[in-house]
Design a protein around this ligand. Structure first.
Ligand SMILES: Cc1cc2nc3c(=O)[nH]c(=O)nc-3n(C[C@H](O)[C@H](O)[C@H](O)COP(=O)(O)OP(=O)(O)OC[C@H]3O[C@@H](n4cnc5c(N)ncnc54)[C@H](O)[C@@H]3O)c2cc1C
Length: 293
């Protein structure tokens, strides 16, 4: 352990109001501690700049999920294992379940939370592309009240999020609109397990009479933020053809901004992104609605 533990403070509030008031008194000083899977890595490396933490593990209202006619709403403390085990998510939001299965190993899946993955804001994280496809919304709470914001737009730069320092994520809401869409998710990393993605791809399309009538494409690890590729989506209309696949792959390459880093090269990331788009599109005519290819 390279950090000096007495330099850190951790409180365990039992009520949400208590946590939010502490955050409001010293905005930006107190950070939520959820599963700790990102925070503890930084602590171990001696790179944990924040000093004061509020464990949110015992707060009511951040766990579990609710279902209404229009939405499934997930508490920010929902872990990857819980996501995997939730029937309605398997049925209607399979990309999120696939992302949860691909995240780290079992220990990480038992502790790591969706809220933590979103707030940690890594462009290589696995759940954001799925959340973008599903038009997720976030409920942000502070001592001043709660507000809902679209998840698209939450990431505003590398590791920068559109959340006030005294706010935390309470819920993630998923509109139940993609049940009949064909869905595809694939993570490419160095190995099958315990690897951060070189490219992470999520796609969904509505297919009617052999033609595409709606498309969603989102990628991780190819830009400073998780990226929804709207210009590529715009080309995916009508009967699938070789020309459409080529034109959309060319557009995808223009739309993403991959970099060279210790995990991969920009060229490899661009090529893999294009190949995954092609695999998604070719699978559209054979994949049943709802099921990830
Ligand atoms: C071995 C290992 C493997 C991993 N593999 C992957 C992987 O394959 N894919 C992947 O995407 N990630 C991976 N991760 C990263 C990590 O597990 C996820 O990002 C996880 O979802 C973080 O959730 P947490 O609850 O542990 O967050 P924490 O570590 O508790 O917090 C992370 C950040 O989010 C903030 N935060 C937490 N909850 C909230 C909230 N409700 N509101 C506001 N801010 C909040 C914290 O203040 C902190 O800044 C891995 C981590 C480890 C250690």
């Amino acid at each position: 352990m390279r950090s000096f533990l007495p330099a850190y403070d951790m409180r365990v509030p039992l009520e949400l109001d208590e946590a939010l008031e502490t955050m409001a008194r010293e905005p930006g000083e107190w950070k939520p501690f959820a599963g700790g899977t990102d925070i503890m890595v930084l602590l171990e490396q001696g790179k944990l700049a924040d000093r004061k933490f509020l464990s949110i593990a015992r707060l009511k209202g951040l766990r579990g999920f609710t279902v209404s006619d229009d939405h499934v709403t997930l508490g920010a403390m929902m872990t990857y294992r819980q996501v995997q085990a939730t029937t309605i998510l398997q049925q209607e939001f399979p990309l999120l379940c696939r992302a949860a299965c691909e995240t780290g190993g079992i220990a990480t899946q038992n502790r790591g939370t969706l809220g933590g993955n979103i707030a940690n804001a890594s462009p290589a994280a696995d759940s954001p592309p799925a959340l973008l496809i599903y038009d997720a919304e976030l409920e942000l709470v502070s001592a001043q009240g709660a507000r809902w914001v679209p998840y698209a737009g939450f990431h505003v730069g590398y590791k920068k999020i559109n959340m006030r320092p005294e706010e935390m994520i309470r819920n993630i809401r998923l509109p139940r609109t993609k049940k009949n869409w064909r869905q595809y998710y694939r993570k490419v990393g160095t190995r099958r397990a315990q690897a951060i993605s070189k490219v992470c791809f999520a796609g969904a399309a509505l297919v009617d009479n052999g033609g595409i009538t709606g498309a969603r494409i989102a990628l991780g690890s190819v830009a400073p933020i998780p990226l929804r590729c709207r210009k590529t989506e715009a080309l995916l209309q009508g009967p699938l053809s070789t020309e459409m696949i080529q034109a959309s792959a060319d557009q995808l390459e223009r739309e993403i901004q991959p970099i060279d880093d210790f995990r991969s090269t920009a060229r490899y990331r661009a090529r893999v992104g294009q190949k995954l788009l092609e695999e998604f599109l070719l699978g559209l005519m054979t994949t049943p609605a709802g099921r990830p290819a």
